[in-house]
Ligand binder design. Sequence first.
Ligand code: ZN
Length: 276
Amino acid sequence: MNVEPFSKDQKYATFLNRWNSLKGNVIAGFTTKQGGVSGGEYSSLNLCLHVNDNCETVVKNRNLLAEHLGFPMTRWACADQVHENSIAKVTKDDAGKGVLNYDDAIKGTDGLYTNESNVLLTLCYADCVPIYFLGPDKNLVGVAHAGWKGTVKDISGEMVRTWKNEEAIDPANIYAAIGPSIGSCCYVVDDYVIDFVKEVLKQPTELPYKEVSKGQYTLDLKKLNKMLLVQAGVLQENIDVSSYCTSCEDTLFFSHRRDQGKTGRMLSFIGMKETR
Ligand SMILES: [Zn+2]
């Protein structure tokens, strides 16, 4: 239904153009694996510290992206991701956390949001689903990381409920964009996973999975997250979904499944630039 919301921009990043026009100072996107200085399986724009890449090299890559975006690393906020569903509100005081050193990242969260400008929320991915959130009338931006675990723990719905309860925003005024992740074309799971999917979907009118052989299913994590956003009150028409599969597009993206675990990480980012 949607036009691809992420258009390729130069060598580093893909951007949510629709949001830039909704609210001029928002910067949001997802990196590719191109344009960095890492070697081997991390070649070349590995942006995360918790894999076995050289930390100094990762910081060099981060600095390249920071310069490209015009958003200095000292203003980034990075998280220690744990495949759970807890949401953290980020303030200016969190800027710089986890940027140079994984140990001081924001602990134990896969969902970040803020209502302050001049802080860039970042999370790392290799196949998991990046979900971006925008609440223009309350000046809110957010991003979540959802592999199958975070997805069935409904981190998408948790962000919506957190904004509704803590920030008094009507879910009908929330926009969401689901970024590049592994597609159903490349993602097969078993009954163990599907049982959790059945549990989290309350009244599905369609299914995000299909049985392909006894007890084996292709699962569309992007579609499932979209259904969970709608279940939480976000309007269908306010959700954009990327068509990119991180496993299929091997020149563009790292993929944990395709690369059998030895791979780099892409970065999702969203923030509001300080207007001068
Ligand atoms: Zn694929």
